[in-house]
Design a protein around this ligand. Structure first.
Ligand SMILES: NC(=O)c1ccc[n+]([C@@H]2O[C@H](COP(=O)([O-])OP(=O)(O)OC[C@H]3O[C@@H](n4cnc5c(N)ncnc54)[C@H](O)[C@@H]3O)[C@@H](O)[C@H]2O)c1
Length: 248
């Protein structure tokens, strides 16, 4: 896929699937705007990709999101692809989820996607073209135990995706979600109550029909496809990349 002359803004770009997506965009010739709250990792990636300095901040802050899009326009004069990969998880059932945890997950996973997308759509609508890919999840479509806030937040991401896709289809925009299964990123080991053992990781892999976790690049490639003209007839789609997990 050739993204020469195109501009891609990736949130959550400092780690995991966001970083893999930023690397794939860069390799395909795009100018990549790295957005993340982790200044150190974001700076490392910017150096690796010889990209402009990262935009460091919190996507749950609407002013930061507007400013990130405005800076992208100042730098490049356009925005072709937005990828909303920033996200967090809390592993708890409803009784174990504090008010603060619930609000934090909603603020980042739902509000962050909405604020970034709203800012991007204003620019893309004026351009008459653009693509947004949101990171949903298999847990936005089917339920899971012990991750109530996360499941709720990803369900909301899927509905933001569908609603915005319909609102802006006549503006020439395509808005889709990628819905990964179990992916080998720092998130998969985070927020666990105890140490992550090899047995736990094996059990996770065994829960997947292919018998293994995805590598981040296997999701990033699908994100690039959805962002590209090759996906010209796709909008409002939830694209499962889950090795058959939700096929059962
Ligand atoms: N890992 C999985 O198995 C999996 C499965 C399905 C969906 N997802 C989703 O994929 C996306 C990427 O996850 P990952 O596994 O690569 O995670 P990760 O933890 O490796 O990376 C997430 C990145 O988002 C950044 N971030 C978090 N909150 C932020 C905020 N408020 N503002 C700016 N940046 C912020 C972090 O600093 C980090 O760099 C997330 O939306 C996640 O929910 C992950």
């Amino acid at each position: 896929m050739d993204f020469s002359g195109k501009v891609a803004l990736v949130t959550g770009a400092a780690s995991g699937m966001g970083a893999a997506t930023a690397r794939e965009f860069s390799a395909a010739g795009a100018s990549v705007v790295i957005v993340d709250r982790n200044a150190e990792l974001a700076a490392q990636l910017a150096a690796e990709l010889a990209a402009e300095p990262p935009l460091v901040g919190d996507v749950s802050d609407p002013d930061f999101c507007s400013q990130a899009v405005a800076t992208t326009l100042q730098r490049y004069g356009r925005l072709d692809a937005l990828v909303n990969a920033a996200g967090i998880i809390v592993r708890a059932d409803a009784l174990g989820t504090s008010d603060e945890q619930w609000q934090r997950v909603m603020n980042v996973n739902v509000n962050g996607v909405f604020f970034m997308s709203r800012a991007a759509v204003a620019v893309m609508k004026a351009q008459g073209s653009g693509s947004i890919v949101n990171f949903g999840s298999i847990w936005g479509e089917v339920g899971a135990s012990g991750v109530t806030a996360y499941c709720a937040s990803k369900g909301a991401v899927h509905q933001i995706t569908r609603a915005m896709a319909l609102d802006h289809v006549k503006d020439g925009l395509r808005i889709n979600a990628v819905c990964p299964g179990e992916v080998n990123t720092p998130m998969i080991k985070s927020e666990r109550s105890g140490p992550v053992t090899a047995e736990m990781m094996q059990a996770l892999a065994d829960s997947v029909p292919m018998g293994r976790l995805a590598e981040p690049v296997e999701i990033a490639r699908v994100v690039l496809f959805l962002s590209s003209d090759a996906a010209s007839y796709m909008t409002g789609a939830m694209v499962n990349v889950d090795a058959g997990f939700t096929a059962r």
